[in-house]
Design a protein around this ligand. Structure first.
Ligand SMILES: [Fe+2]
Ligand SMILES: [Fe+2]
Length: 192
């Protein structure tokens, strides 16, 4: 099997870090969804499940590019520390904010400097979805902190996911096609 080309070494290292981050986020949000249902916060549980599915799509996209660049996608899944849903939302929000503000912009800068279009595409898809996740986790956290369990965080609800790039939306009527990758809206997955 061919080795990773020298000019792609850092990009592949970054892809592996992103693959690990997304894979662990998937495991974390899946566990947080179970806890949110136990806490009677079924809308927050729906959000955790939708974000978990998006992270799984990101992980698969990153893994595909790692393979295309002759790397090997492998990572460790760490045990998840599950607390109450308020704390879990804070942890989820902090993770998304790190990815949006630091991790993906840095990785994109490096991939752009090396004109690596495959890496640019998969990092961009993840970055855009994480912005929405951060916004939605922030909303859910604010509602829970205000004690508004009768808001959307209390009732199971649908989220809409682009199966190609992981773009996540809470609104059914928002789009004709994915605003990030252009995929047909009618083929979006519904996660509840
Ligand atoms: Fe996310
Ligand atoms: Fe998309």
């Amino acid at each position: 099997m061919p080795a990773v080309a020298a000019e792609n070494a850092i990009t592949v290292q970054n892809l592996l870090a992103a693959f690990e981050g997304e894979s662990n986020a998937h495991a974390k949000y899946t566990a947080f969804a179970v806890k949110a249902d136990e806490d009677g916060l079924h809308g927050a549980a729906s959000l955790f499940r939708a974000a978990a599915r998006a992270e799984q799509i990101h992980a698969a996209n990153h893994a595909r590019v790692i393979g295309q660049l002759h790397g090997h996608a492998e990572c460790e899944i760490h045990p998840v520390e599950v607390k109450g849903t308020l704390e879990n939302l804070k942890a989820a929000l902090a993770g998304e904010q790190y990815e949006v503000a630091t991790m993906y912009p840095g990785f994109l800068e490096e991939a752009t400097a090396h004109k690596n279009s495959l890496a640019i595409r998969t990092f961009t898809g993840a970055l855009e979805a994480e912005k929405t996740h951060a916004r939605l986790y922030g909303e859910a956290l604010a509602l829970l902190e205000a004690g508004k369990k009768d808001s959307w965080i209390g009732e199971a609800r649908d989220f809409y996911l682009c199966p190609v790039c992981g773009y996540t939306s809470e609104s059914k009527d928002a789009h004709v096609s994915c605003p990030v990758c252009g995929y047909a809206w009618k083929k979006f997955e519904v996660v509840r």
